[in-house]
Write a protein that binds this ligand. Structure first.
Ligand code: 0L1
Ligand code: MG
Length: 261
């Protein structure tokens, strides 16, 4: 770790203000080029403390950059992790105010809900046994950095671009679906814009939960029972404009949709 507490607090405040005012900032590594992963997660933790201190509740956890395509694109080998706030939860089939965001993008994901605590280090068997059900989810990403000019350290500090999410469809018991071969179709304004199978996420989305649990274990933390976890984009992240209608159809899990207004 390279930063002291004062600088961590300053950077977290800048990132929160950028989100609240929809006023993007330059990536934080421009001013602090030596930032490491510990700094990045410390800034994210401080951002989380700021939000919960001002009344937000944590609605879930997320893994990002979990697909081979995205890892290759960003030249990384490890996923990144973040959190979702209650105010980011949007209704399935509802309208979402476009002006809440800076430059929103959507990506289709598979979400898990746990029925018991998961403590890392663990393996896929632990995760499968601790999962209550899986369900469709769409993440709405919004970077707080100008013109998407960021690096991974800056992205982690910015809570992995988490902004909002829609979940719904038909939740299913994990043993009733094959998440690897489960097909997903992402449509924008009635046109197919991407296709994927669950295996796009680390071969099996449950692996994403394993990696989240293992990362938390390094900080002496666990995934509590009843946690909603977004396992990472199976499709590409697609830019949206005001008026766009997004629908994602999941094999065996129903569909979710939203309109940006
Ligand atoms: O959820 C994610 O995959 C995190 C992506 C972070 C980078 C971006 O904003 O595209
Ligand atoms: Mg995501």
């Amino acid at each position: 770790m390279t930063l002291d507490g004062k600088v961590v607090a300053k950077l977290a405040e800048q990132l929160e203000n950028a989100e609240l005012n929809r006023a993007p900032i330059t990536k934080i590594t421009d001013e602090y080029p030596d930032l490491d992963w510990d700094d990045a997660y410390e800034i994210q933790d401080e951002l989380r403390r700021r939000k919960t201190n001002s009344g937000a509740r944590i609605a879930g956890l997320k893994a990002g950059l979990t697909s081979q395509a995205k890892m290759k694109q960003m030249n990384v080998r490890e996923p990144v992790f973040g959190f979702m706030c209650d105010y980011g939860a949007c209704a399935d089939g509802g309208e979402i105010e476009f002006d809440r965001f800076i430059a929103p993008r959507v990506e289709a994901e598979i979400a898990f809900v746990t029925k018991r605590e998961i403590a890392g280090p663990c393996h896929i068997g632990t995760v499968l046994a601790a999962t209550d059900f899986v369900l469709p989810a769409v993440e709405i990403l919004d970077s707080r950095y100008e013109n998407f000019k960021f690096d991974l350290i800056s992205v982690v500090a910015d809570n992995t671009s988490a902004a909002a999410f829609v979940s719904g469809g038909n939740p299913r018991r994990i043993q009733d679906v094959d998440l690897r071969t489960l097909g997903i179709v992402l449509e924008k304004n009635g046109e197919i814009v991407d296709l994927a199978a669950g295996a796009a996420v680390l071969g099996q989305p449950a692996e994403s939960v394993v990696m989240l649990a293992n990362m938390l274990a390094r900080k002496d933390q666990v995934i509590p029972s009843g946690t909603f976890i977004m396992t990472g984009g199976v499709t590409a992240a697609i830019g949206v404009e005001r008026g766009d209608h997004i629908a994602v159809r999941y094999q065996d899990l129903g569909s979710v949709s939203m309109r940006f207004v």
